[in-house]
Write a protein that binds this ligand. Structure first.
Ligand code: HEC
Length: 102
């Protein structure tokens, strides 16, 4: 019984501590969908372009289309694209007053 409670507490703590943690290679927030963003976005440029931007689902969808129409981003599987849009909308919803250079 106590063992179970201890496990639940430590798992909760681990989740809380993980929230908002920053990925070393991209500088982006570690969360569900970062894998797809790494595969399809930060191959061309730094994650900083994402950090300094921010917006809702429509905003990020438009950005992906801009990347595809102007900069050579390939076609992305629908499920993967949804994961990325979820990730971007959830973690980068608001534009921040920060510099492109860290
Ligand atoms: C094939 C290369 C490539 C890929 C892949 C790519 N981008 Fe870009 N991206 C660019 C280029 C080129 C620029 C323009 C850089 C500049 O202005 O100096 C850019 C600029 C940006 C900018 C800043 C300019 C703006 O319009 O706000 C954002 C935000 C951005 N990309 C987001 C993304 C996201 C999100 C993804 C993944 C879905 C992605 N990019 C994937 C090439 C790419």
């Amino acid at each position: 019984m106590y063992k179970k409670i201890a496990i639940v507490i430590s798992l909760t703590l681990a989740t809380l501590l993980n929230a908002g943690e920053i990925d070393n290679t991209t500088g982006l927030i570690k969360a569900e969908g970062l894998g797809e963003v790494k595969e399809h976005c930060t191959v061309c440029h730094t994650g900083r372009f994402i950090v300094v931007n921010g917006g809702n689902e429509k905003f990020w969808k438009t950005k992906i289309r801009v990347m595809q129409n102007a900069y050579g981003l390939w076609k992305i599987d629908k499920a993967e694209e949804e994961k990325m849009i979820n990730y971007l909308t959830k973690n980068y919803a608001k534009k921040k007053q920060v510099s492109v250079n860290e």
